[in-house]
Design a protein around this ligand. Sequence first.
Ligand code: HEM
Length: 496
Amino acid sequence: MIEDVLQVVEQSPRIVSLGVFLSLSVLYYFLFASKSKPLDVPSYDGNVTPYGVEFLSTIEKASAEHPDSIFRLNTANYDTLVLPPKYIDEVKAAPEAKFSIGAELYTRNLGRYTLIGTVGRAHGFVNSIRQDLNRNLALTFPTLQAETEYATGTSIGDCPEWKPIAVYSAALRMVALLTGRVFIGPQLSRNEEWIGASIQTTVDTFSGSFKLWNYHWSIRPIMARLLPEIQNIHKQNKRVAELLEPVLAERLRQMSQPDFKPPADMLQFFLDNLDGKDATYQAALQSAINVAAIHTTSMNITHVIYDLAANPEHIEPLRAELEEVISMNGGVWDKNSIIKLRKMDSFIRESQRMSPPGIVSMSRRVQQDVVLSDGTKLPKGTLVACDSWSATRDSNLWENPEVFDGFRFEKLRAIPGNEAKYQFVTSSPINMHFGHGSHACPGRFFVANEIKILMAHLIQNYDIALKPGCERPQSMYNNIMILPNMEGEVLFRSRR
Ligand code: HEM
């Protein structure tokens, strides 16, 4: 009987949701109805596409019509107020008690069920990256370098002839191996179950949250128990804890020895910065950092490889720069060389400019009624974000913004006074793809090294080209996200 009911609930989510909604709405009105009125601003819907709803053309239209004022995007889950550039400074410096990144993540992705915005919001979690990982970047360099050979060997392999490679799958595996080596160390980073969980937890987290949004809030607790994606998150966390247990026990034993030298890995940073030492908690932290790190980096690398294949005239200059920098460094490819790779840095930034991860950035939940400097009132509970797309195509900022120019930023940096500007990791109001301000992605310095080490290996060891007669695989636009084509293939051939 109960199973029959659950089956109906699962198969007819909208009808069941409507019924429950109607019966609870009166109660809800009296108990919880927001005391703050929503802001009265123009609203925009997205375009329905085969992939869902996309907002790219919507934000272009809305920003053109309201370049200096707020508008609302009616997104698939939680409506977002898009703030124009004049408010960026107010949001970037605001405390969590006013504009919260954690509450936004938790709200938009239903963290109560998907766990997003829970353990990963602990102060010590972000500090483990912002302080410890970044302070130890030089130590992670040889680790990443050593793992690259294995990661590319098992993801792309030897290609005596041109061989089609599914880029996104290869990138996911390479990134899981590289980050895993730094985050957890070699005992687990090559374990296939660990790699699988590192990749799959993110997929389940976002697709689970996406599916749960289809149900009224009152039945989400039931649906969360039924949805395979949400069940998988918990199963994977349990399995990750089991795999982690012996490694953690050994680390805790080593830490009790007087001659202990702490390794520069995330396990150590988490143990140093956070109180929980048990496997379940430490596994949850590893899953949280994988959600932040693996797909974001893989998408970025996928775009870079597509752009290399589509713009092959960049490959020889990139190789020449690499060889020159290594030879100037006594034939050694190490951390001192990487900062000199200006062409490569420029190429990666241009790839991100053309294909950023989303159309908005600095997404925040307004935690209390906020009055902005010009008197605009943002009600508590609103989700806000800043338009990060418009700057990517602004002809006042960039010459021929629609054209891919891999060395655009190298040329800009060559202008006296600009040397330190326009880098891949530089966040600014015109480059917010890693966010901006106090919450700007703390992992971006690590990512920049990881992508450059991988790219250096790829261009040294492979020729890369589009398949004959094919164009660059087109990006997919879903909701406020921009995703690389996940099925796209590019040809690789080993260089002899
Ligand atoms: C290309 C890859 C990546 C992209 C595009 C990316 C992008 C972002 C963005 C847009 C934000 C939000 C910033 C804001 O709202 O102001 C963010 C925050 C964050 N990212 Fe990344 N990220 C990447 C890789 C990583 C990696 C590898 C790590 C971990 C090593 C990481 C850890 C974090 C954390 C912990 C936060 C939250 C920071 C805070 O709350 O203060 N990210 N990232």
